[in-house]
Each structure stands twice: as C-alpha cells, then as structure tokens.
Design a protein around this ligand. Structure first.
Ligand code: HEC
Length: 404
C-alpha cells in the first residue's frame, strides 16, 4: 500500500515536471514599454499590430474602449465552444427524457403522453445551460488561460506595478515570429513611450516560473481546509443552528387499540363509550317491550335487490353460519360445542313474518345471544332477505321453475 502511494506521488511529480518544458532561467521573455495616456496606448497598439507582431499584449488599469480593434484581435472562439456544448446539452436532455419516459419506464400519469416537448422544456433548458456553463468554464481555464500555469515572468516586475496603478503598458513577447531584440527595442523607442525594459525568466533561487498545482504542500493545505470547513459547517448546522423538523402530526401522542395507558386509574387505554352513546347503524331496538303481535308486523325496509342479498349473505356467513350452517340447516361448525340450533327451513320459520326473525336476531332467543350490538340494523334486515332466499332454495314451488 505504502509503495503504491509512493509510486503514485512519483508519477505526479513526473507529470508535474513534464507538463510543459520549462524555459531556461535567465532567458528573455519579452520587452515592455509604458505610456501615460489611453490615447497613446491605443496608438501604440495599432502601430504594433500594423508592424506585424502577433504575440504582444496590452495592460491598462481599466478597460479602454476600442482596444480590441486597435490590437486587431480576432473574435474569441469561446462562443463557439459554448454553442456546441449547449446544443449537446439540449440533445442529451431530449434523448434522456425520451428514453426514460417513452421507452424504459413508461408510466401513465393523468393520461399524458409518455414523451411530450412542453413538459421536457425545463429539463432541456437546465441541461443546455449546465453543459455550456461547465464546458465554457473548463475550456476557458484549460485552453485559453493555460492553467495549471499560474505565473508569468511579468508578475514581479516594476512594469506590472505601474500598469496596475496608473500607467498603460505594452509588451512584445520573445516568442513572436518577428522578434528580434534590437529591432523591437528600436520599434518601441519610436512609440513615444518610456521605461523600456527587458523581462527575463527568473533564476530559480530568485523566483519560481510556475506554481505546480500538484505540489504536496499546496494539496495538503487544500485538504486540511476542506476537512476543517466540513467539520465547522456540520457543527454549526447540526448542533448550533439545528431546529427540529416539523413532524408534529407524524409523531403525535396516540394509543394503539388494546394498548395500556397510565393516564387512567384502571390502566386501560380503551374506554367504554359514555352511557347513552348510539353508534352509527345501531339505533336502539324501537320495539322493545312491545307485544309479539306488533313485532310480527315489522316490515323489512330494504328493497329485495341483488346487492342487498349479497350483503345479507356476507353477514350471514360471518355471524350466523358458525351455528346455523351456511345453508341454515342447523349444522354449523360449532357442532358439539354449542347447543345445535333448529333448522331455519322449518314450517314455523318459513311462515314467520320478517319482523319475527328480526326480533330473534336483535334480542336473541333462549341460548342464542342477541346480535343488536354486533350486527347493524340494516345488515340484520339484509340477512333476513338472504334467509328467505335460502328457504326458497330448499322449498321451491313449481311456479319458481317458470321464472316468475
Ligand atoms: C352461537 C350460535 C348461534 C348463532 C351465532 C346464531 N344463532 Fe340463531 N339460534 C341458535 C340457537 C341455539 C337457536 C335455538 C334457540 C332456542 O332454543 O330457542 C337459535 C335460533 C334462531 C332462530 C329461531 C329458530 C326457531 O326455530 O325458533 C332464528 C330465526 C335464528 N336463530 C337466526 C339467527 C341468525 C339470523 C343469526 C345470525 C345473525 C343467528 N341465528 C346466529 C344459535 C345461534
């Protein structure tokens, strides 16, 4: 592991030195000249461009209008890079959205088409901007500004001090095709400037020509700064400024059914309803204490529809079939554990009025418990309709076959 890291560091060092062949220290970099007014520098720039020099540059304390034309600068190519990157971004976005929604993961959302341009515009716009911004920045830094080279022999000169204060400067680089030390000196002398100076690449002991980005100390400082910043932001956001998330509704106090509670003396979480409470669908039996003759006349309030019969069947199967059996023959699953009920197909029950059966379900009869608390009123009547269906299925008349 340690060897691998060392190897890696050596690689970086090698890469660092071979990135660009370093100019000989003490070699001439350029010749500079200073002017006092913006008009003079414009004239000087025009003259230099007309003389055929290409690798020259102009330094002013503030932007001087007309300088680009005076220097005969070509339009920067960065715009084309931004355009290409933007188009790439837009195409990428459309392909991505089209593939995701239209091919790979088709989802019906409100009946909308799987791919449509209007809905894709926000993301397309975002990717267009993102691609062009990132590529433009990267291209500018790497191609045009030539990073990672961060220093220039001009930096530490009196020339640079002047042009960043109140003077206007022009520099012709030794790298120019037409550069000849004496000719350039003569040429600059004719431009009515002053302080003509030669700029040399510094000798290593005196100053460095470059600031290596892969320098271990530099990287170390960046890493330590990043770690400290991360720790500081974590501490501030999570400890100092932390506020509880708004989860009051999510985490409100509550009791699960059957759960214990220390709030009440008896320790029960569930409470009996207040006396006189009437649950929905459980209106108290209105014929309590009335003579049988009246109860028998109670009429079924539900229409005889398939839906009602279905409901009656569901409720009968749940509440009655354990004792009475699925067909009401008195042969339910509780056989032997509970007194067998009589069949519901007897003459007696077949001839009963609906009110009579209702009375038995509601109040119970002898050992059969009352169902007024567990089966809602409407459901009791639905069960009666279903019992009639069961009865008719066992005692059909000839006329039933005729479909009447
Ligand atoms: C726990 C068992 C049990 C359940 C459940 C039960 N019954 Fe009964 N049922 C009986 C018994 C036992 C009898 C006979 C009672 C008696 O001796 O009078 C009976 C009697 C009846 C009678 C009167 C029959 C007669 O000939 O006198 C009807 C009608 C009736 N039950 C309907 C129902 C309906 C409807 C349900 C469902 C809501 C139901 N029962 C649920 C046990 C049960």
């Amino acid at each position: 592991m340690a060897i691998k890291i060392k190897e890696f560091i050596n690689r970086l060092k090698e890469y660092n030195t071979t990135w660009k062949t370093e100019p000989r220290s003490g070699q001439l970099h350029s010749i500079s000249v200073l002017f006092d007014t913006p008009d003079q520098i414009i004239e000087a720039a025009k003259a230099t461009a007309n003389a055929g020099y290409k690798k020259f540059d102009v330094f002013t304390p503030y932007p001087v209008h007309g300088m680009d034309e005076a220097m005969k600068m070509k339009e920067s190519k960065i715009g084309w890079i931004a355009l290409l990157a933007g188009i790439t971004g837009a195409i990428t976005a459309l392909l991505m959205i089209g593939w995701m929604g239209g091919i790979d993961y088709k989802n019906i959302i409100g009946g909308k088409p799987f791919f449509a341009l209007p809905g894709s515009i926000p993301i397309t716009f975002e990717l267009t901007v993102l691609f062009s911004a990132l590529v433009t920045t990267a291209a500018m830094v790497a191609l045009f500004n030539k990073l990672p080279w961060t220093s220039n022999p001009l930096h530490e000169t009196p020339f640079m001090k002047s042009v960043t204060s109140d003077k206007f400067g022009l520099v012709i680089e030794a790298a120019d095709k037409h550069f000849d030390e004496r000719n350039v000196e003569n040429f600059l002398g004719q431009l009515h400037g002053h302080s003509i100076e030669k700029v040399y690449y510094p000798i290593p002991d005196v100053g460095k020509t470059k600031t290596p980005v892969f320098d271990l100390k530099f990287m170390g400082v960046i890493a330590v700064t990043a770690i400290l910043t991360a720790i500081a932001s974590y501490a501030v956001l999570n400890k100092v400024l932390y506020t509880q998330p708004f989860n009051w509704m999510w985490e409100q106090p509550r009791l699960n059914p059957q759960a214990q509670s220390n709030f009440f003396g008896d320790g029960f979480g569930m409470r009996m309803p207040v006396e006189g409470t009437v649950a929905r669908g459980f209106i108290p039996y209105e014929y309590k204490g009335m003579p049988d003759s009246v109860i028998k006349l109670l009429a079924n309030p539900l229409a005889l529809t398939e839906e009602v019969i279905q409901r009656g069947k569901v409720k009968f199967d749940i509440f009655c079939s354990p004792c009475h059996g699925y067909y009401g023959q008195g042969d339910g699953r509780l056989k032997g554990q509970f007194p067998n009920p009589p069949t519901l197909h007897s003459e007696k029950v077949r001839n009963w009025q609906d009110g009579n059966i209702y009375n038995v379900i509601t109040n119970g009869q002898n050992v059969m418990p009352a169902y007024d608390k567990s089966v809602a009123r409407e459901d009791r009547w639905a069960i009666i309709h279903y019992i009639r269906v069961l009865q008719r299925s066992q005692n059909a008349k000839d006329t039933d076959l005729e479909g009447k």
